[in-house]
Each structure stands twice: as C-alpha cells, then as structure tokens.
Design a protein around this ligand. Sequence first.
Ligand SMILES: [Zn+2]
Length: 466
Amino acid sequence: MAILDIVQDGDLVLAKKCTRVTTFDAKLRKLVDDMFETMYYANGVGLAANQIGLPLRLIVIDVPPDAEDRQRGFKIAMANPEIVRLEGEETTPEGCLSVKGWVGDVQRGYRVEVKGLALMPNGQWKEQKVKAHGFLARAFQHECDHLNGVLYTSRVTDITTLHKIERSEEEVEQLRQQLSELRESANAGAAKDTGALMASLRVMSFNIRGANYPDGVNAWPARAALNVATIQQYGPDLIGLQEVQADNLTYYRQHLPAYQFAPGPQYNNTEPYDYVALAWRPERLQLLHAGGFWLSPQPAHYSGPAWGAVQVRSANWARFELVQGGQQFVHLNTHLDYISEQAQVEGTKLILSQLAGVRGGLPALVTGDFNCNPDSEPHALFLAAGYQDSYITLGNRDDLADPTSYTTHYFLGDGYRPQDFHGSGRIDWLLTSGALTPTSYAVARDAQPPAYPSDHYPVLVEFSLG
Ligand SMILES: [Zn+2]
C-alpha cells in the first residue's frame, strides 16, 4: 500500500466531472487500498479518486462509530455511486482533505440512499444499496459531490461560518490515534453495518438435497445449474453443505472452480452416502486442519444408527485462517436426524464436547440442518454452552407463523406450510462462539418455480472477525 498526495483546492481535477469506472481489475483493488491508506494517514473519513488526481467515479469511506448518533462504524469502497434518495436536512460544520485546515457549515440531506458497486470481501464488485443517516449520509454526499467537481466550500450555508483551524503536529498525531482506536474497537466489538466490509466473512449454510432422489422437476440434473447459480450469486467465502452426495460433489467441482471442498465423514446407512461437506474460497481462507466424527456413542467409527436415529449421522470440522488478516477460527458443519429427538439431543451434546476440544481458545462457527425448530432442546444446549444464534443476535424473533423465517420448504416455496411437515420452520442455524460477530442475516429465496435450488433455502450470514 502507498500513501498518495492529496490534491489541494485550485487543482482542475477537483473541478472535473469524473468518468465512470468500467474496468474492475487488480489495479483498481490496489487503488482502493492506497486510497484507504492515504485517507487514514490524513485523518479523513472519506476520499474521492479525483482527490488523488484520478478523475474516476470511485470513493472510499470509513466512518468510525458514533455513540451519540447511535451510528455504527461503516467502511466501504464504492464505484459509480449514485444518490437515489435524499430526505430531511441538517446543517453542521464540514471539512475536506483537499481544503486543508478549513471548516464551514453546510446543509446536507439527513438521510440518503446510495446505489453503486461496492467492493466485497471476496474482491468482487457487487451492486449495493446503502441507507445512511447523519454523519455517514453527509460523508456520502460530500464524496459524491467531489465526483461531480463540487467542493463543500461552494455549498457553505453562511460564508461567515467558514474559518481556518490551526492544528499543531501534536494535535494532528493525537487525532490520528483517536480515529484509529475508534475504528479498531468498532472492528473488534460492536458489529459494523451490512454488506461491503473489508474484514468480514460471508458464510452460507445450505442443505442442497442429495442428487439421488426421484424429485421430478426438482431432480438434481434439472436443478443443478440453478443451485450453482444461487451459490455464485451470493459468493460466500465459506459454506456448510448438508446432504451432499457424490453426484452433487462432482457437479460442484466442475462448476464452482473458485471453491475447495472437504467432504468429511460419510453418513446415511447405505449408498449413496451423504456428506456434510465444507466448501471455501482458498483466495480468502486457508485450511489448516480438518477432521470429523460420527454422532454415535463410538464417534470415531462409522457404525449403524444410534439413539433411535433413522440414519447414522456425522459432523465435519475444519480450522481456517483468513488469508488477509490471519485470524483463525473453527467451523463445524452437521446434519441431525429428522425423527429421533434423543438422537438430536445426544448428537448436540457430542458436538459441543468435541468442539470444545478442537477449538481451544479459537472462535467457533457451527452450521447445520438441525431438523428441529429453535424452541428445541438442541438449540437450548447451544445457547447454554455460550453460543449465539445469528438470527436472534441480529434482532429477529422466532415465529412459526412467519413464513419469512422458514429455511425449509420441501420444494413448495411460498406454498409450504410447516403443519404439513413435522412443523419444521427455521431448522437451519448459524451459531457462533467467540469473536465472530454476525452483522447481517438473509434467507436466499431465489427460485424459478416450480424449480428450486434445493428443498431448503440457503441461509447467509455476514460475520466480522475480531
Ligand atoms: Zn472532500
């Protein structure tokens, strides 16, 4: 990374309407890194590309959390941003890295909605809509103005409010320190906002339904392409897959070249066996160690079903390290029996005790199809062991009458009614313990009825890693 020179007021590039970004390559990502570095060094919270002399529609913003305004910290790099909604107004002092040492009162919209291509943790640019208010909304408006060749000084409400602020070297250093501490604490503790965070991890839990079932229009050969397209659309860094059979895996290996796979121990009583496979992007995660066990009194050996289960079941785990950042965590993926409550409870106890040994002091992530609702004993056991359920942590409430909470649908989509199928509603969970903080939760309902990617919906959670 490099710290670049910030162009000062008077330079023509600041008065220019910038051109749209059309090439999204490694050079652009490097430019983003340099812009963040430059902005941090200058104690700024936003920077537009023409401020470093490049008339491109590209901005970076990193606003530290503001407890007073009940704002969370927010970091984003966005290409071709567009303000699509502006509401309310607020007049407060504003400054600019290109008008060094000056501040003045500017009236801005209080709420904005900004649309553009945001740089995602996987290095890809994705169309995003961001809603913001207060200081963050102001930052978006200020940076978008830059892209149209407008400086805040031309918007100053009352020219007499424009004044010079002198800061000693010491004060500047102190300010730099304060800003970096604020940002660090936001990264470690309180969750940042959704979407385009640089140090976050996107995880999917997905029961994909084995390839060897007579599912008619939803038989695997008919829905495999839709299934893969759904995974690609969301581009998770890590996936806990359930019910993977050999033919599913062969197709994935051919059509998802960006992923590596660890099938883990086979389950089900006869061929074709199932796997609670893990899939991850090696560009983001490095596999350090992997293992697995069976949910039975002899966890180290494949044997017949135990504890009243219909099938013998398994769990698959791996220890990963973030390629950028170096944080480590353990991920365990499982699929509990669908009939025996005893097998669900004993399986959960076994998972908790094995995981405690495997993870040491590392953060842990558990994904799975638990085949029971969150009012069940397995769910209570996880919470009692200090795990948090991402869905609940993010403020959602369980309500079996609320179809948007269901994660399974038996290929019926919106026509699914839990009462017809063992009352199953939200049975796919993403649970964490330690410094893995969920920041957003979504159930991906993409489908082409009567064809569906699977008989479960994939569940997506974005985490920030401390
Ligand atoms: Zn500025």
